[in-house]
Design a protein around this ligand. Sequence first.
Ligand code: NOJ
Length: 536
Amino acid sequence: MSGHEGHEWWQSAVLYEIYPRSFKDTTGDGVGDLQGIVEKLDYLSDTLGVDAIWICPFYPSPMADFGYDVASYRDVDPMFGDLETFDRLVARAHESGLKVIIDFVPNHTSDQHPWFIESRSSRDNPRREWYVWRDPKPDGSPPNNWLSVFGGSAWELDEHTGQYYLHSFLKEQPDLDWRNPAVKEAMFDNMRFWLDRGVDGFRVDAVLFSMKDPDERVNPPNTEGLQQLHKPLGAYGAQRHVHDQGHPDIHGVFRQMREVLEEYEPPRTSLAELHIFDPKQLAAYYGGDLDELHMPTNFGLLKAPWSAAGIRGAVEGLEAAIPKPGALNWVLGSHDDRRLATRLGEDASRQAAVLLLTLRGSPTLYYGDELGMREAEIPPGRQQDPWGMAEPELGRDGCRTPMQWSADPGAGFTDSPEPWLPVGRDYAERNVEAQLADPDSLLNLYRRLLQLRRGSAALRRGAYRTVGGVPRDCYAFARSESLERVFVAINFSAAPLCFEATGVSGRIAVSTHRGNEGTEVSGSLRLQPHEGVVLV
Ligand code: NOJ
């Protein structure tokens, strides 16, 4: 990482997202664990060469939403290990030069969290006000029209106390009331618990949901067909979610959260999940004085058409809107989205590698995307994701299958004959071992790009400039820092392109088409179909 004055590590770190259930199982129960991550740190820091890992939830949980339903914020679920293993993970990661970001789930707990068990026990329990309890309407129906992201009303009636509680996700995930100062303080203390253990930051889950309209007004219908997530959202998408999330009071929470992160030396960071597609609106979450979120996630590339104009537009929009030196974040895959290689195809997976690792900012790389892992077909009866069971086309099991390490049974992920989700059908050919041995593999392309990025100040912290005057199907940009300049060009078409452009000169340091690497270019550039190149 740079250590360059005024440039923080997270402003250009390559973040690798680990879904711990699926990364590496060391106990033979078919579910990945923290020790598995420890054993694969060398892969991450040396073989691949990323800068930081983001670990999805590993807290004690009934696993209704696979860990996003937290039953204790200060422990490790025995399925994943224990606090001692976690401490070892952090220490070993730091020794290897990797930063550690962990998921933090502020909006909701599990319904098995002791706070909620107390809260639902009676109307006058002191924890009642920690969650959002409301009386039914006179006809007994829910208090308003708010919906759960996962389907149905966001209100669940508790027969015992006769009131509804709010859950923006599953009914097993009741929403905390962040307007209650005691909740806020308790949650900030939970963050400190992990900060004291040395974590470098948090990926903050579903963060906009933490502030709703205090008057709980009904959501209007989505008559303009506004897309509110990067994927279509069934019945949920039929409303405009203007009152059940994202109330402007959220900015106060972000400023306070930042203060907590800055109590530490060096200050810690936040990568926060937001689904905001208008770059100007996204900019607001950095804070007027860059005093709110460090890295609001940017899902814009998932929504943009995969074409030169589509991607260029998404990048330029963000570059123009985000106040410098705010860190841009880039996402092309996650545990909530269909696999990149399935969505875009083989050629685009290689272009995506070039794009992600050369744009200005902090890309997140989802485990297995460096191998081009495909969305898996999950046989009936093996489905796990509650969302997929309610709305099959939105299911997330297919992108969460075990990491494909080798051609061994269980893909080198587990010794269990029955991993929690089946391994991808192509694991015998598509795995880390096989791709390391193949110089032309996607994994080796990622490795070359990461190595180049590490040694290049221009790629890590240099300014971005779109290069004009290139053919319509080509997207080209330059990154520069002091005298160092890097030129990137991606051909989005299935035909070769040859063009002249000012300043296009240098050596092809990395190409999606390895055979072209090392070629010296001066004044005019020839690109193979779907080729992406980085010139230094
Ligand atoms: C967003 C997470 O990424 C997703 O996996 C989870 O189901 C919801 N938030 C609820 O916590």
